[in-house]
Design a protein around this ligand. Structure first.
Ligand code: UD1
Length: 429
């Protein structure tokens, strides 16, 4: 199993290219199931989760072709995928695959919308909590699907097609909103989705669906209206930049000190996080190439933050912010309101000398003068990158074990940080 070795204490200076968003790429790839024509996706990140979803879609009969590099292109350019679901050969998504990546449960809606039935394994719990799918099932049943739970599988049937309906989510859910959007696009009649997730990845997927012939308005707000159409067609769409990767490298720069251009980053996708960073003492400057982030000399100020659905502070940046606050001059409070158990990083950060107390969903972080390198364990995707951030400022060597978690969501992390001066390397095996 690969490990990452970091020797802390070096500032970051240079440019980090931001990749396409993982959390938009996955539902965009899944949306290919809605049409028999080819969907072309540009700016797709090279991630383990993308490769795994390629396998999962392959199981349903989807063909995926990756374009070779064109002249002048480097690994910094995303890949282009040509995805064709001309013939769906299997409407079952088995436990072995869905349990490896929760988002693959989202194939449920397009499979039922197009094929009239699907059998998709329930994903089960994961490192950050129980993560139920009841609201995704509710959305499908509001669209007229008959639902049965059988042997750990959700079996959904709508032999005469889905029909438009009113879906009001009692809680904001990204996966629920994707499910409702994809199902409603091919449903008979109009669907109104209330209390929809407003995350930029929802608007990106809706944009792509509209290019495919869907009639969606209001995506990116809390009320989305979808007029169902009988058929969707092929389209070409470039994935939006990854706001979580952007925020992660912004926090890394704030932690290590230095001056980094986050190339292609779009500040409006993570205003809440940039506001917190500015409050902590970093300088955030939008430029025509992306966003520049700098911290020179001055120490970090503590902050009070609660995670919230977009446009609030993202739960996917909670662990990274906590790593940063371990070295603030004073006491910070971070409250996690989205996932009940998303504090696996706390124990590992403590191994590096952090002082963190947990009280239910609220963490109190008392800044320390200096962290000290140690062997630590990556536990989930965002938690593991928080250890990298801490290690960048820790005295001596940190070894991060189980980096396959990182590879799920961060493309060439060690290369991107290394090019900016970090002492970081991957140890294979
Ligand atoms: C997506 C993101 C993930 C991010 C999360 C919240 C992807 C691939 N993943 O996950 O990175 O952390 O949004 O921004 O885009 N809930 C229910 N019942 C349901 C569904 C959700 O109670 O049926 C709850 C969840 O337990 C959680 C909250 O709703 O407390 C939000 O979850 P949701 O937005 O659905 O997260 P995901 O779509 O799984």
């Amino acid at each position: 199993m690969d490990r990452i070795r970091i020797v802390g204490g070096r500032p970051l200076d240079g440019t980090i290219p931001i990749s396409g968003a993982k959390n938009a790429t996955l539902p965009l790839m899944i949306a290919s199931l809605l049409t028999e024509e080819t969907l072309i996706l540009d700016n797709v990140p090279r991630l383990a989760d993308v490769a795994l979803l390629e396998r999962i879609l392959g199981n349903h009969g989807v063909d995926i072709m990756t374009s070779g590099k064109r002249a002048g292109e480097t690994a910094d350019h995303g890949q282009t995928l040509h995805i064709s679901a001309a013939r769906i050969v299997d409407t079952t998504a088995p436990y072995e695959l869905v349990s490896k990546m929760r988002a693959s449960f989202w194939v449920l809606a397009p499979l039922v919308a197009r094929m009239g039935e699907a059998r998709v394994s329930m994903p089960g719990g994961c490192a950050i909590g129980t993560r139920p799918v009841d609201l995704l099932i509710m959305a499908m049943s509001r669209l007229g699907a008959d639902i049965e739970i059988d042997g750990g599988y959700v079996v959904a049937r709508a032999p005469r097609g889905l029909r438009g309906g009113e879906i009001t989510f009692p809680k904001v859910t990204v996966g629920g909103t994707h499910t409702a959007l994809m199902g409603a696009s091919l449903a008979n009649g109009t669907t109104v989705i209330d209390n929809a997730a407003q995350e930029p990845e929802i608007a990106d997927v809706a944009d792509c669906l509209n290019k495919m012939g869907a009639r969606i308005s209001g995506a990116g707000t809390s009320r989305i209206v979808v007029e169902g159409v009988a058929k969707l067609c092929g389209a070409r769409h470039a994935v939006l930049p990854d706001r979580i990767e952007t925020g992660t490298y912004a926090m890394a720069t704030a932690m290590a000190g230095g001056d980094v251009l986050l190339q292609n980053a779009r500040p409006e996708l993570l205003q809440a996080a940039f506001d917190v960073l500015a409050q902590a003492g970093a300088t955030v400057t939008p430029t025509n190439q992306g966003v520049r982030i700098a911290r020179n000399g001055a120490g970090l100020a503590p902050v009070e933050v609660s995670t919230a659905p977009f446009p609030g502070f993202p739960t996917d940046l909670q662990a990274q912010l906590m790593a940063l606050m371990t070295r603030a001059r004073g006491t910070s409070h971070i409250t996690e309101t989205i996932f009940e158990n998303r504090f696996m990083h706390v124990g590992e950060l403590t191994r590096l000398g952090a002082r963190i107390q947990l009280d239910g969903e609220r963490a109190t972080i008392e800044g320390v003068e200096q962290l000290k390198g140690a062997p630590v364990m990556a536990t989930d995707l965002r938690a593991s990158v928080s250890l990298v951030i801490a290690a960048l400022a820790a005295e001596g060597e940190t070894i991060v074990n189980r980096v396959y978690h990182l590879d799920r969501g961060f493309e060439r992390l060690e290369e991107k940080l290394g090019r900016c001066g970090a002492a970081i390397e991957r140890l294979s095996g």
